[in-house]
Design a protein around this ligand. Structure first.
Ligand SMILES: [Zn+2]
Length: 247
């Protein structure tokens, strides 16, 4: 739909080089599954909804806690104790009612989640533990869906996009190489802007992929250091002892 309101809403991004009405319409036809509605998911989902992604499926079993508020900006004090996905949907719809938001109060491994991933064009892994990331990576590979995974702890964050093509690396390969942060937010803490940077990076990869504007650097690990404010890039190959690729 390209009424005056549509043009007005998206006028600034339609001025961006290489981003025209065709790209906006591609974004509006796209469906993205966001697994985990913590700091990563909040940052990524906010941008994807606001920029005009057609459908977002938000998946998270948790409720809002006071300790979430410094970095999970879709929630406020009035949301404490409520399901994250319900609060997130209300906030995202408030920004852009055109975006369809499906919500699932489930963990990644729940049987309800698989059909959601199956009908999505892209999966964003915004979870906070290795077990969920391994499972999501194996499902993405099985369902032949592209996956953008991120993690953040302390002052470190990383983002990597995976494709399911043969010989491509996966999250299991990354883990096998011991290239993932071993600490958790509980042991090393997390600073809001660091996790937001990683979530926003996921959203930008998603927009680039869904609008077919730029080639995606599949299997390229982007590591951010919040101390030096620098990024490092590392190209990953398939690990011979990866439990996911060898399934
Ligand atoms: Zn692998």
């Amino acid at each position: 739909m390209t009424d005056p309101q549509w043009y007005s809403r998206y006028s600034r991004q339609l001025l961006v080089e290489d981003f025209d009405e065709t790209h906006q319409q591609k974004l509006e036809q796209a469906s993205v599954a966001v697994i985990g509605m913590g700091g990563l998911g909040c940052a990524a989902a906010m941008q994807l909804a606001a920029c005009g992604t057609g459908t977002l499926s938000l998946i998270d079993p948790d409720s809002v806690d006071l300790s979430n508020l410094p970095r999970q900006h879709l929630y406020g004090e009035k949301d404490i104790g409520k399901a994250k996905v319900h609060c997130a949907r209300a906030r995202l719809k408030d920004n852009n009612a055109r975006c369809d938001i499906d919500i699932f109060e489930n963990c990644a491994e729940h049987e309800n989640v698989k059909p959601v991933l199956e009908r999505s064009d892209l999966i964003l892994d915004c979870t906070d533990n290795v077990q969920a990331r391994m499972y999501i990576s194996s499902q993405a590979r099985l369902l032949e869906k592209p996956l953008v995974s991120a993690a953040a702890t302390g002052l470190q964050a990383h983002v990597i996009a995976f494709h399911w093509q043969q010989d491509a690396c996966c999250y299991g390969c990354l883990h096998a190489l011991d290239a993932t942060p071993q600490s958790s937010c509980l042991s090393h803490g997390i600073l809001g802007p660091v996790v937001a940077i990683a979530g926003l990076y996921q959203a930008l990869i998603a927009i680039n992929y869904l609008t077919h504007r730029h080639p995606i650097a599949w299997g390229s690990l982007m590591q951010f250091c919040g101390r030096t404010l620098t990024w490092k890039q590392l190209h990953l190959a398939q690990a011979p002892d990866c439990p996911v690729c060898q399934e």
